[in-house]
Design a protein around this ligand. Structure first.
Ligand code: GDP
Ligand code: K
Ligand code: MG
Length: 298
């Protein structure tokens, strides 16, 4: 009866920071897994998002995007993660923005030159008005370099045309058995996801001065009957940043905690008791060893 072949493969989602890669991953999965914000450097790690549907399994790889400034250890780390994701996959989805083409986009386009892997160009933020003239010559150049490439306009945020994108992806996947069990949605641990949720709230709550130097360490993650107890430390570089995160009478950290808890309850499908505090640990973002000890593998 079912003569449809089983398909399975890895799909890297690449593009400069802020084009909407993590938003796209979440909407394709129908579940908020990757954190997103208006700020670049929100995504620091490669992360798998696994979608099993019917006979097919798509293993998406969300990437940090390429960062021009490689002076700091954390930026070098993010660039390595983005580059290694684009190799060794079955399909590459290059996400660009409908009305904007920047040096960052060009940097990614240059890296994709000569790539043999099937390429899909997802032109995101189709819901935004504005002149798309800036993009046309760039798309033309890409189409010349990658004659087999498919261009799909989408809105990751509004969920527009994502069905088409998924079809185009599946058509390009190799036939083969699934790599992961049907109910597995990511390769990351619940502790990692919890830390990322806290970091997202910090990124979203704070102005430009703090977020890039913040990391989060989960110190306790225990399910006790119906309640999941989570304790996490927000690590910053300077005591001034600690004061900013705590806020006037602790108001800001309370907000961060309450928003994070709501997301955690949704993701872990449990009541959550969340305990947050802020620690000063200077120099972490420029120290490869400290990065590794915080779980930045690579
Ligand atoms: P990433 O750095 O490429 O992972 O980008 P994010 O997924 O973090 O998204 C960056 C910003 O773009 C966020 O504020 C998103 O809400 C926004 N965004 C993503 N997709 C769309 C879209 O289709 N339309 C609009 N208007 N905004 C979007
Ligand atoms: K972002
Ligand atoms: Mg991202």
């Amino acid at each position: 009866m079912n003569d449809q072949a089983t398909r399975c493969g890895y799909v890297a989602i690449v593009g400069r920071p802020n084009v909407g890669k993590s938003t796209l991953l979440n909407h394709l999965l129908g579940q908020k897994l990757a954190i997103t914000s208006r700020k670049p450097q929100t995504t620091r790690h490669n992360m798998l998002g696994i979608k099993t549907e019917g006979p097919n399994q798509i293993v998406f790889v969300d990437t940090p995007g390429l960062h021009g400034d490689a002076d700091k250890a954390i930026n070098r780390y993010m660039n390595r993660a983005a580059k290694s994701a684009a190799r060794d996959v079955d399909v590459v989805v290059f996400v660009v923005e409908r009305t904007r083409w920047t040096q960052g986009d060009q940097l990614v386009a240059d890296k994709l030159r000569g790539l043999k892997t099937p390429l899909i160009i997802a032109v995101n933020k189709a819901d935004q008005f504005g002149d798309k003239g800036e993009l046309l010559p760039q798309l033309q150049a890409l189409a010349e370099q990658h004659p087999q490439a498919e261009i799909v306009p989408i809105s990751a945020l509004r969920g527009l045309n994502l069905d088409t994108l998924e079809e185009v992806i599946v058509e390009r996947l190799p036939e083969g058995q699934h790599f992961f069990p049907e109910d597995q949605i990511t390769d990351r641990s619940s502790r990692f996801l919890a830390a990322e949720i806290v970091r997202e709230k910090v990124m979203r709550q704070l102005g430009a001065e703090v977020p890039y130097q913040v990391t989060v360490e989960v110190e306790e993650f225990d399910q006790d009957g119906p309640i999941l107890h989570i304790s996490a430390a927000i690590l910053v570089e300077r005591s001034g940043q600690k004061r900013i995160i705590i806020g006037n009478k602790g108001e800001r950290i309370k907000q961060i905690g309450s928003q994070a808890r709501q997301d955690m309850e949704r993701l872990f499908d449990s009541k959550v008791m969340l305990n947050l505090w802020v620690k000063v640990k200077s120099g972490w973002s420029d120290d490869e060893r400290a990065l590794r000890s915080l779980g930045y593998r690579h």
